[in-house]
Design a protein around this ligand. Structure first.
Ligand SMILES: Cc1cc2nc3c(=O)[nH]c(=O)nc-3n(C[C@H](O)[C@H](O)[C@H](O)COP(=O)(O)O)c2cc1C
Length: 170
């Protein structure tokens, strides 16, 4: 049985320790690719049909509005099923203390019974917040592991930490 690395990530303007920078590849995407290198798993990007703005302030406002109305944004190219996978690494940035709402769109589409989900989150201080419990609630059949939080601005140096985490099976 296979490994899937499903991730949400956004390129564009972001905030790094007090400064704004434009990045071509998002932090969570970088971590997802490192996990793919280590595990050989397949990558799937959770991509919104209508992406949030490249502008940081506009993006935070759009994401907050979607959170407040408990939206389920349309996601492109959702796999028909996840039958080929029993281990799922689920990556997302911490948005307003939770996950981007499109990650809920992804989770609620499938029956995760018998599957293991390994959450990994990038953030700028909030860590995983309550996301492990939120994943368990959205995917009640899954075995949800304790997960890994990486500071987004440190992700370039995170490959060893990721490899150790993968080895530990969390
Ligand atoms: C809309 C939005 C909301 C965010 N909310 C939080 C937050 O509540 N706590 C936190 O630590 N970081 C927060 N961040 C920072 C991101 O979690 C962090 O920059 C992350 O690494 C971005 O991942 P990405 O580059 O893969 O999209 C937020 C960023 C955005 C754009």
């Amino acid at each position: 049985m296979g490994i899937l690395i499903a991730f949400y990530s956004r390129a564009g303007e972001n905030y790094f320790g007090g400064a704004r920078r434009r990045i071509a590849v998002g932090n969570t995407e970088k971590a997802a690719k490192m996990i793919a290198d280590v595990t050989g798993g397949a990558l799937y990007r959770i991509e919104q049909a209508r992406p949030y703005s490249e502008d940081y302030d506009a993006c935070t406002a759009e994401a907050k509005a979607d959170l407040q109305r408990n939206a389920r944004p349309e996601v492109l190219n959702l796999p028909g099923d996840l039958d080929d996978y029993d281990e799922i690494y689920l990556g997302y940035p911490n948005y307003w203390g939770t996950m981007p709402m499109a990650v809920y769109t992804f989770l609620e589409k499938y029956d995760f019974t018998g599957k293991t989900i390994h959450p990994f989150c990038t953030h700028e201080g909030s860590g995983l917040s309550g996301t492990v419990g939120e994943i368990q609630k959205a995917a009640p059949g899954a075995r949800v592991k304790s997960g890994l939080a990486l500071r987004g601005s440190d992700v370039d140096g995170a490959k060893n930490a990721l490899a150790q985490w993968i080895k530990a099976g969390q």
